[in-house]
Design a protein around this ligand. Sequence first.
Ligand code: XIL
Length: 326
Amino acid sequence: KPTTEKTLKDMPFPFGAAVSASLLRENSSYKAIVIKEYSSLTPENAMKFGIIHPAENYYNWPDADEIVALAIADGKRIHGHTLNWYADVPVWVKNFKGSAQDWENLLKTHIQTIVSHFKGKVASWDVVNEAFEDDGSLRNSIWVQKLGADYIARAFQYAHEADPAAILFYNDYGNEYGAEYTSKKREAILNLVNSLKNRGIPIGGIGLQMHTRYIQTDANISLAITSATATGLKVHISELDVALNATYDPALVYTESLGEMQAAKYKSIVKIYYSIPKSQQWGITTWNVTDGDSWVPGFFNVPDWPLIFDKQYQKKPAYQAIFDGV
Ligand code: XIL
């Protein structure tokens, strides 16, 4: 009975995916899932510095504009990603010569041009992404080198000036690390976020990327989510995927039992998330749509199947598990 079939739009909080402008243009099966299932979209790459601002006086809007238009036409929310990141810094910025004031203007102009362009359309932004190393130290990015550690606070202020209604997030990975790493990264992230909040910097939320694995423990995931919730800010699980290739085995094959264990992990993540106060639930976004467009196999250079749809655009057990978590 297609008319009563549930989609992820029926979830009790926004459920989104990171999407590619080129796949939306070129792949109708992909596009159909995106339109049908999600209530929120994050451009996977289209709003990153190197793509949207590839030359000093040139902004490349079409990819991002197309994603935003598709979302608006379908009543979907847009989460912008990302105004500042250590990676994907274009060559013109790397080669930029100028005074401290020139660098400050570069940061401010970049942020405010983009936020203004999408004002009233993009509901929330990842303002700063991945500012910390895995040991919890501040990453020595070009931004820290040129602008000092407190550029993070100013980035939030610049974004807020350009669109006071947008909810502004600090986004990072590794909050759920426990066994694999130490708790230092989580503590550094929470210290930063709490200090911004206490100083009156306009931060509205914390993004937990949650690129995770089926072997991750529920206890670590729970600690990540509840400690973020304790900041009082909105919590977005912003880049969820549950990888299956825990040993980086180049010959691993997908099995039904791996798929079931993955589904169980998706279900626990949703369940833990759904237990936080409703007012703090910004939503859950998966990073990509199907196993075929997942960034994970390319990034780790081994086979993997981290998502809730398979390469044939079919629902995996993890898809149903999302509904079972609430
Ligand atoms: C990844 C994209 O998925 C890839 O297509 C791109 O080549 C590199 O970036 N954390 C983030 C995302 O915040 O922006 C990254 O996205 C994945 C890790």
